[in-house]
Design a protein around this ligand. Structure first.
Ligand code: NAD
Length: 424
């Protein structure tokens, strides 16, 4: 009965996609029935109405969510998304993926995610601050340094995390930096957190290209999404010597076979907010961009962009899933059948973000701060270990790389639930 209630609450394409991935992995490791639904479905969620006074004096009520998928292995952890297409089902799917990701890379966290249905580009700075603070105000009894620790995701950033940390701290009556990660350095943010996800993606791309005997200096790279993750991935890959030939955001893409000046593009977006009219190449659509011939394709925007419609035409050697859930299950089957594209699955590929968020949380709890070098050395050590474990699992059971990563992540969560027993 609980199964029907839970699945109807979150029912959506993206939640069904996450559930099918889970089912396939659970079958592959023969997860006992008594553990399946407990491991699969989110533990709890909160939906909130967020009234915000607008610049013209009117009031708009926004809808927000927080889904905590798993709390068995530590506080839950996951970003907060401000985007107009947010649904509770999407937030639930993203929370599930956070559980497998944290578990895969060995962090003492469960998974969670939050979201507000809003286009942040349409809010003034004041309205955005009011919305962020109101969201945290509603979450005060639901999150906390030892319960659930949010972070930035699509449409949110350091500044917003700072406002949320301030709101929470005012409520509890003392400074509580460990309640969110991805904060400004001045509020206890970690060195290296801003670039962590992109730096991690680029590091793994470099490692996998080396395994494939492809020199990174000869690699061409296409990136969809030029926000925090896409921008930092571009910078890090360009620093390794790769040529970034196409980038995009929600306003469209830019293609330049001779290579895009990534630093110039990042500066342009800092001031203009969008890539539109950036004069670094020819304009292309996001659909065209995904099918460009390249060595590495990096989806770094939203879910479900590689589908059964375009999977047959994707023209890369390595698909590095910087975004969460960019490849639908149907597309995955097509890519697996083609067999000519290596995939770094999302739960591994973008895990650098939550790994450095974990470092930030540790630094906040101990009030002892690390250098950037220390952060980066520890980050790459964890990524190396996670990559090795995925490759071992893949070889041992002849799994796809995605199935190898998911089975490792899911097994550890299920083992923890089994060991804790069922309360009451
Ligand atoms: P962001 O808001 O900083 O950037 C998102 C980018 O995607 C923007 O350039 C935006 O214009 C673009 N975009 C939005 N809709 C698009 C569309 N329909 N077509 C093309 N581009 C579109 O967000 P982010 O933090 O960079 O997150 C990007 C992805 O990475 C998300 O899937 C997120 O869940 C994942 N991720 C983020 C982090 C993190 O630390 N921020 C960590 C792990 C995974």
């Amino acid at each position: 009965m609980s199964k029907a209630i839970v699945s109807s609450l979150y029912d959506s394409d993206v939640f069904r996609m996450a559930c099918r991935q889970f089912d396939k992995a659970a079958d592959a490791i023969n997860l006992p029935d008594a553990l399946r639904d407990r491991t699969k479905y989110p533990r709890r969620c909160l939906a909130v109405a967020l009234p915000v006074k607008r610049e013209d004096g009117s009031v708009t009520v926004f809808e927000g969510y927080r889904v905590q998928h798993n709390l068995s292995t530590g506080p839950s952890k996951g970003g907060i998304r401000f985007h107009e297409s947010v649904t509770i089902g999407e937030v639930a799917a993203l929370a599930m993926w956070m559980s497998w990701k944290c578990s895969l890379v060995g962090l003492p966290y469960g998974g969670a995610k939050g979201g507000v249905i809003v286009d942040p580009n349409k809010l003034s700075a004041n309205e955005l601050e009011h919305l962020a603070r109101r969201y945290m105000q509603e979450m005060v009894n639901f999150v906390g340094p030892h319960t659930d620790v949010p972070a930035p995701d699509v449409g949110t950033n350091e500044k917003i995390m700072g406002w949320m940390m301030d709101t929470y701290s005012n409520h509890v009556g003392h400074v509580a930096p460990a309640v969110v990660t991805g904060k400004p350095i001045s509020l206890g943010g970690s060195q290296g957190r801003r670039e962590a996800t992109g730096a991690g993606v680029a590091y793994l791309v470099k490692k996998y290209l080396a395994d494939m005997k492809i020199s990174i200096e000869k690699a061409t790279v296409v990136i969809q999404g030029f926000g925090n993750v896409g921008g930092e991935t571009a910078i890090a890959l360009a620093n390794y010597g790769a040529k970034i030939i196409a980038i995009s955001d929600y306003t469209g893409g830019i293609h330049n076979a001779r290579g895009i000046d990534v630093k110039k593009a990042v500066t342009y977006v800092q001031y203009q907010k969008v890539l539109r009219d950036f004069e670094g190449g020819e304009a292309i659509t996001n659909e065209q961009l995904l099918e460009l011939k390249c060595t590495v394709l990096v989806p770094a925007a939203l879910e479900r962009v590689i589908t059964d419609k375009n999977a047959g035409r994707i023209n890369c050697r390595l698909l590095a899933e910087a975004a969460n859930g960019p490849t639908t299950n149907a597309a995955d089957r097509i890519l697996e059948k083609r067999g000519d594209i290596e995939i770094i699955p999302d739960v591994l590929c973008n895990s650098g973000g939550v790994i450095v968020s974990y470092f930030e949380w540790l630094q906040n709890l101990s009030n002892f701060y690390w250098s950037r070098d220390e952060v980066m050395t520890k980050l790459t050590a964890i990524l190396d270990k996670a990559k090795d474990s995925v490759e071992l699992q893949k070889a041992k059971f002849k799994f796809s790389r995605r199935l190898a990563a998911l089975t490792l992540g899911i097994q550890r969560v299920a083992d923890a639930k089994q060991s804790r027993g069922l309360f009451p």
